[in-house]
Design a protein around this ligand. Sequence first.
Ligand SMILES: NC(=O)c1ccc[n+]([C@@H]2O[C@H](COP(=O)([O-])OP(=O)(O)OC[C@H]3O[C@@H](n4cnc5c(N)ncnc54)[C@H](O)[C@@H]3O)[C@@H](O)[C@H]2O)c1
Length: 342
Amino acid sequence: MAKRIAIGVIGCGFFAQNHLNAWADLKAAGADLVAVCDTDPVRARAAAEKFGVPRWYTDAETMFAKEQLGLVDIATQMRGHLPLVKLALGHGVPTIVQKPFGQDIGEVREMLAASAATNLFLAVHENFRYQRPLLKVAETIASGAIGTPNWARISFRTGYDIYTGQPYLAREQRFVLIDLGVHVLDIARVLLGEVEHLTAELQRRNPIAAGEDTATMLLRHTSGAVSVVECTYSSRRLPDSFPETLVEVEGDRGAIASRVGSKVEVTSNGVLQAFDEDPVVHPWAERPWHVAQDSVLTTCRHMLEAVQAGRPAATSAADNFKTFALVEAAYEAAGKVRPVSG
Ligand SMILES: NC(=O)c1ccc[n+]([C@@H]2O[C@H](COP(=O)([O-])OP(=O)(O)OC[C@H]3O[C@@H](n4cnc5c(N)ncnc54)[C@H](O)[C@@H]3O)[C@@H](O)[C@H]2O)c1
């Protein structure tokens, strides 16, 4: 019999719909959605009605005072993360917060310290590593099929219009690295381990964006492996791979390549095998977002099981701090280069 966890969701906007669907799907596994909160009463009420949630709030403080939550899931934009995380931990509630963890490394340090001081569960909803093709890549590396991985390319390149669903992105001064870079850099850590140093080139290729919309990074991992990590919202390439992250990993006995359409090709000791890793399109999901939507469900399941078992999440505050540190390092490294003398 699964331990029941009373869950509150803060922020009922664009992406939170996926969280709400995931928690609803996880009812049999022990998730009880008991409250939702949004400063916009129309959104809070609509979420409560749609998902049959008994109570809705427009103020998080009131929600924490009135509810006995076993877990709170914060799905607001990054500006709200620090105050909401401190509020949640101050009420003794285990907490999940959407990526990007904070606005800068100082905020992330503050949240990490608050979780350490209270000894409470704090995790970041970092879902890309839970996308089905990427789980297959990680499993293949762990199986030893390609030997020791020593080179990789991790690439999220799209021209998909993300500005309609998330208009605030066009106004961000620090844009693609903090929005998408957190995901691809996290994948680099998952596949090749921690990073010793990196370089980065940032570009603003679409004038609609206030900040950089393209990042190209070169990482040296502590294992000696090297990876090229890229993300852009300004690619004109067809077929458009949104929202897939395509990876290539090479080892001393083989290689892995993921292709558009969630295909994963594994070469091991000179033998090529192809796998179809297209995720389930859940009844509430739609193509092409299903790749992300399925990973939200997998992420939420992982979080629920961790809270039920009283253990930290794989994407704990301490773990995500390391990913966020790479984002900050990339912003600092950008443009610091050795000029070529002619
Ligand atoms: N992991 C992913 O794949 C993925 C994809 C898209 C967006 N996101 C992330 O999800 C987060 C939310 O993005 P979005 O596009 O849904 O934003 P959004 O603006 O559509 O939704 C945020 C909601 O939070 C509410 N809100 C803000 N402050 C609040 C507060 N203090 N208390 C209660 N409610 C509050 C707003 O009224 C709004 O309804 C962002 O951090 C974004 O980066 C993640």
